[in-house]
Design a protein around this ligand. Structure first.
Ligand SMILES: Cc1ncc(C[n+]2csc(CCOP(=O)(O)OP(=O)(O)O)c2C)c(N)n1
Ligand code: SF4
Length: 251
């Protein structure tokens, strides 16, 4: 008996197999997103924004409306589309370089304003597309193209704690969580909760996804999973950090 891997219904079949490197976590993050969109029945309402970086390979992934933005500008583009048409479900999909470096001001401001969009940020601890430079999420002592002796935290600081920051600066009604491609069931649930939060018009939803980049990490399959499950989780706690259940009357 042949077991056929199941694709989410909202995926565009013609664009598969996808173009990410073998072992890349982007495909898993987008699978969890696809399953969440299917289960919520919102395919016709979704507008997906893709950043520059390997995340741009999501541009032909789904049978939904998609917009490709400049590097770091996906959050304000989706914010604008959502404000112009509140009926859409706006999703901004980006890497850690796009979200925490060049686009960090947009993340901070969208979170502060509690924009009714979902931002999904894939954390693979480096700038994947451009060849593996140091990112805000690079781990202490991690070697990258631009930190060949390992990240020196005295000079460059510690890895950005994105969902924790978003939780601290958002009002009630926001959702902030960190999932991992190593736990797809939990990741899909987090995607659903983030999207549901927008459906209910509660507030900003932010989901960081711990992900893999074996090409730039130069790791085999076993070491890739070890890195995401053991090394990354030493600095990045997986779980929900803020949920809309905490929503109260605006003060
Ligand atoms: C304004 C601008 N600056 C720099 C670049 C070059 N650039 C393209 S992709 C990228 C980094 C992408 O890294 P990340 O956002 O972490 O995404 P990943 O590729 O790891 O998914 C950079 C710096 C660009 N395209 N535009
Ligand atoms: S370079 Fe890294 S992030 Fe980009 S597709 Fe390859 S494995 Fe994925």
């Amino acid at each position: 008996m042949t077991i056929k891997p199941q694709m989410p219904k909202c995926w565009r079949k013609e664009s598969k197999p996808h173009k990410f490197c073998p072992g890349c976590g982007h495909g898993l993050a987008l699978k969890a997103l696809g399953m969440a969109i299917d289960e919520l029945g919102i395919q016709d309402r979704v507008v997906l924004g893709c950043d520059i970086g390997c995340s741009l390979l999501a541009w032909d992934f789904f049978d939904v409306d998609i917009v490709q933005t400049h590097h770091g500008r996906t959050t304000p583009v989706i914010t604008g589309l959502k404000r112009a048409n509140p009926d859409i479900i706006g999703i901004a999909y980006m890497g850690d370089g796009g979200g925490y470096a060049i686009g960090s001001q947009h993340l901070v401001n969208a979170a502060t304003r509690n924009e009714k969009i979902v931002a999904i940020l894939v954390n693979n601890t480096n700038y994947g597309m451009t060849g593996g430079q140091m990112a805000p999420t690079t781990l202490p002592n991690q070697k990258t193209e631009t930190s060949p002796y390992g990240r020196n935290v005295e000079e460059t600081g510690y890895p950005t704690q994105g969902p924790e920051m978003v939780a601290a600066i958002t009002r009630e009604g926001a959702y902030a969580a960190r999932g991992t491609v190593a736990n797809m069931r939990q990741l899909k649930q987090m995607m659903k909760k983030a999207l549901q939060n927008q459906i209910e018009n509660n507030g900003f939803s932010f989901l960081e996804v711990l992900s893999t980049c074996p090409t730039n990490w130069r790791t085999n399959a076993q070491d890739t999973w070890k890195y995401v499950e053991e090394e990354m989780t030493r600095y990045f706690t997986v779980g929900e950090i803020k949920t809309p259940a905490a929503k109260e009357e605006q003060k």
